[in-house]
Design a protein around this ligand. Structure first.
Ligand SMILES: [Mg+2]
Length: 224
């Protein structure tokens, strides 16, 4: 019987300190001549394609076309990688201990469920030296709808343990959007108040942690 953990990245595992936003703004300025285009737009819990659409709606009054989405994300990735190379990424408290704890348990399968497109996720995890923990994931390039990418991540988690029965899928995230997506997929959800939303806003999760340092004890109490 396996337990699949799906970790969100930004605000849950790490803080990239605005590198994503700076890169998005730089691309929009390059393509449309408008600076600070995402001012006032909240990124937390949203998918990359969703954020692109929100910027287009706010500045141009329409969504991005499929071609614009592709061009935008193509231009975004090298900018993001360059920013991550010069702006240190912060690994959040308790993350390394929690991943080490979970990884040595035979019942646990570790993946990510993130609104980042796959290459963006890889760049951020790589900059934080966390990539080795995660063999699979669901990404913003799988769907602009978070619940759909979480479902995709859960499917890939099941495939990782082909033939093994999955006892539970557990989403770990820092926003109300992570909670809603987990609920839509029938997953358990642990919220951590290290990101965009305060603990009070996350109170409807199955568990709310001040930091991921609390997760090992929760896991041990639930699964023995
Ligand atoms: Mg997040």
């Amino acid at each position: 019987m396996h337990v699949v953990y799906l970790f969100d990245i930004d605000g849950t595992l790490l803080h990239a300190h605005g590198s994503g936003r700076v890169a998005f703004d730089a691309v929009f300025a390059e393509h449309h001549g408008i600076a600070n285009a995402s001012e006032g737009i909240r990124y937390g819990g949203k998918t990359d394609p969703q954020i692109v659409d929100e910027i287009y709606l706010a500045r141009l009054g329409r969504r991005a076309t499929a071609d614009e989405h592709a061009a935008f994300l193509h231009a975004y990735l090298p900018k993001l990688r360059a920013l991550l190379a010069t702006h240190p990424v912060e690994v959040l408290g308790g993350v390394l201990e929690t991943l080490a704890f979970l990884a040595e348990r035979p019942e646990v399968v570790l993946g990510v469920a993130t609104g980042n497109v796959r290459e963006g996720a890889a760049a951020k995890l790589g900059a934080a030296r966390l990539e080795r923990w995660f063999a699979f994931g669901g990404y913003g390039c799988d769907s602009h709808v978070r619940a759909e990418l979480v479902a995709r991540a859960a499917e890939r988690g099941r495939a990782e343990r082909a033939g093994g029965e999955i006892r539970e899928v557990i989403v770990v995230g820092d926003t109300i959007h992570d909670i809603a997506a987990a609920r839509a997929c029938g997953a358990t959800v642990c919220a951590v108040a290290t990101g965009a939303d305060p603990a009070e806003a996350l109170a409807h999760a199955d568990a709310v942690f001040a930091s991921l340092a609390e997760l090992p004890a929760w896991h041990a109490a639930r699964f023995g």
